[in-house]
Design a protein around this ligand. Structure first.
Ligand code: AMP
Length: 588
């Protein structure tokens, strides 16, 4: 298969804003892809060579890619630099300069997908002293034989900038349109949610149809998308929503970890699918030692413990375990405990379809609980009063609040979905509207006065899962200390985008746009109708969206969340509706 077919498809996808059109372009293209090329094609559509949880990433620096472009196109470095400053996109630089070169080159070979893929794998694996040189050479060879459009995507792929606008939901739509029917879409999505491997889902579908896809179960070392909780504003409503009887667990303030215990060791993944095995080595070893069986997938919250008092410490303390440098010191100095709350797999049995009480029982029976491996504190409650009592205990134990969980027969583990089978209730909810929102940074405004020369405020957005786009909810300029203001360029500039990114829906025009990636925790006084923000536009009132009043950064960068994991527009609308309910005088 020729790489040009894929590059042309990327180009067509990029030139449309309609998700429906993207789906049909992609589905029509997938029909033409030979089965053995399906996996690399699907991964490349997502800008990757492997599934998201694969530890290695293909990250060439912009500088190196510009060097390869200069070398191949015979352009002086300063000219390349000039174009780079103007466009900010190595893909566009390559396209412009390669197109000039092409008019002069006589000998070049058509690029096959196979050659491109294996060259990219070689770039990824290049190591040793001369690895930069090797990477540069491999890319130059590809650029030598590529057309302008091909070079655009090659340079975007190697720098991690491949965003043609087709998100996971569009790829899943295209797969069901191409290989199955609309009715099969949930089964296909489920398979993706429990394997996080779109290439695997696509090849299984092409080979054995939806029956084969439905047989895919959770497997050790293939992380499962985490189940998420809804929220409600009072304990009474939580208990009522769950049928008057539910389980309540302490909501610990740490890092969520999914542990895959295999016969050859333990791997730990964050909810963003990063590999945290080295960061929580001690926890991995204890889990393995305390597990009665051979293979398992469990989930728990890793919490830092004060070594002198034995009290749980807030989230900030456990984040020291995430760093790469000085990790050994952090493991020694900051003891951590895992509080386990779910079990997804046990020795050949996929437990995700079993109700919560059965999963919890299996989890408890499967481990020798003790030391740094604990169960979350849980109680079955049958009234709001009992719930309040349990909540007060959670706060006294220095937890964030509670997680209420359904005890019904339907209380399965819903991978990758947020629903009312789990409901969170946090201490924040008790004070006016100070619940926190996790919002994606999509733009920045240059500062003035004391902040001159730095970013002074940020444009923040919530994720709209319906359209797969990010919609703005506030301009955030409060809560930044000097250290954070100084660190902003390092945190954000890699995601700079020349134009408004396709995934962002905004009316406000910041000075700089960013691809949504960095997530910040923000508190606000109130959600109000807004003439400028685009979240829930026209849903509550014609011409108005929803915005946050008096937003303030809490100081917490949610690097455990991807942009798609941030607070959704639906959640904000729901909270707005709860507020309206309060001010109607229906509650105190
Ligand atoms: P939030 O990040 O505020 O949406 O809250 C959900 C997170 O709470 C989960 O992703 C877990 O990391 C964490 N958590 C803490 N305790 C529990 C628990 N007992 N059950 C489930 N999740 C918990």
């Amino acid at each position: 298969m020729l790489f040009s077919e894929l590059a042309d498809t990327f180009d067509r996808l990029e030139s449309t804003g309609s998700r429906l059109e993207m789906t049909s372009i992609l589905a029509a293209f997938l029909r033409t892809v030979p089965k053995d090329a399906l996996e690399p094609v699907i991964n490349l559509c997502r800008g990757k060579l492997h599934p998201d949880f694969y530890p290695q990433v293909l990250g060439m620096s912009d500088k190196l890619v510009l060097k390869a472009i200069a070398f191949t196109s015979g352009t002086p470095d300063d000219k390349v630099e000039e174009l780079w400053v103007k466009t900010g996109d190595p893909g566009e630089v390559a396209e412009t300069l390669i197109s000039k070169k092409k008019q002069m080159t006589l000998f070049s070979e058509d690029l096959t997908l196979e050659r491109v893929f294996s060259s990219l794998v070689s770039i990824e694996n290049a190591d040793g002293k001369d690895s930069t040189e090797k990477k540069m050479k491999i890319l130059s060879n590809l650029l030598h034989d590529s057309s302008p459009v091909e070079s655009r995507y090659l340079c975007r792929i190697v720098t991690g900038r491949m965003r043609v606008g087709a998100g996971d939901m569009t790829v899943l739509d295209a797969l069901s349109e191409c290989f199955a029917t609309k009715e099969d879409r949930p089964a296909i999505e489920r398979a993706y949610n429990i394997t996080c491997d779109m290439g695997l889902v696509a090849t299984t579908l092409a080979d054995g149809g939806v029956e084969a896809v439905s047989r895919i179960g959770v497997r050790v070392n293939s992380p499962v998308k985490v189940m998420l909780a809804e929220r409600l504003p009072s304990i009474g409503e939580v208990v009522e929503k769950l049928g008057g009887r539910c389980a309540m667990e302490y909501k610990y303030d740490g890092i969520r970890v999914q542990a895959h215990i295999g016969s050859d060791g333990v791997r730990l993944y964050s909810r963003r699918l990063e590999d945290l095995t080295d960061n929580f080595q001690d926890i991995g070893e204890s889990l393995k030692a305390k597990y009665h069986g051979k293979e398992a997938i469990i989930e728990g919250e890793c919490v830092a413990i004060d070594s002198e008092t034995g009290f749980m410490l807030p989230f900030q303390n456990v984040t020291h375990r995430r760093k790469k440098h000085g990790l050994d010191d952090a493991i020694r100095d900051i003891p951590v405990r895992i509080f386990m709350f779910d079990m997804l797999y046990r020795d050949g049995e996929d437990l995700t379809g079993r109700p919560y009480p059965e999963r919890r029982r299996t989890l408890e029976e499967s481990f020798a609980i003790g030391g740094n491996v604990q169960m979350t504190t849980m109680r079955v409650v049958e009234s709001a009063d009992e719930g309040e009592d349990f909540f007060n205990g959670a706060i006294a134990a220095r937890c964030e609040g509670i997680m209420a969980k359904s005890l019904s027969d339907e209380s399965v583990y819903r991978a990758g979905s947020r629903g009312f089978l789990w409901i969170k209730y946090k201490k924040d909810y008790q004070q006016a509207l100070t619940d926190s929102f996790d919002l994606a940074v999509v733009g920045a405004f240059y500062g003035m006065g004391k902040r001159a020369g730095r970013y002074g405020a940020l444009l923040m957005a919530a994720f709209d899962s319906e359209s797969g786009s990010f919609k703005t909810v506030c301009k955030l300029g409060t809560g930044f200390d000097d250290q954070f203001l100084d660190s902003m360029p390092d945190l954000l500039d890699d995601r700079k985008s020349e134009k408004k990114p396709k995934s962002v829906d905004a009316e406000m025009e910041p000075d700089v746009w960013f691809e949504p990636d960095v997530v910040l925790e923000v508190v606000a006084a109130e959600i109000t109708l807004s003439p400028i923000h685009t979240a829930a536009r026209d849903e509550i009132k014609e011409g108005a969206g929803l915005g946050l009043r008096f937003p303030r950064f809490t100081g917490r960068v949610r690097d455990d969340k991807t942009a798609e994991d941030c607070t959704t527009v639906a959640e904000i609308t729901e909270i707005y509706n709860m507020q309206a309910h309060d001010s109607d005088g229906l509650s105190e």
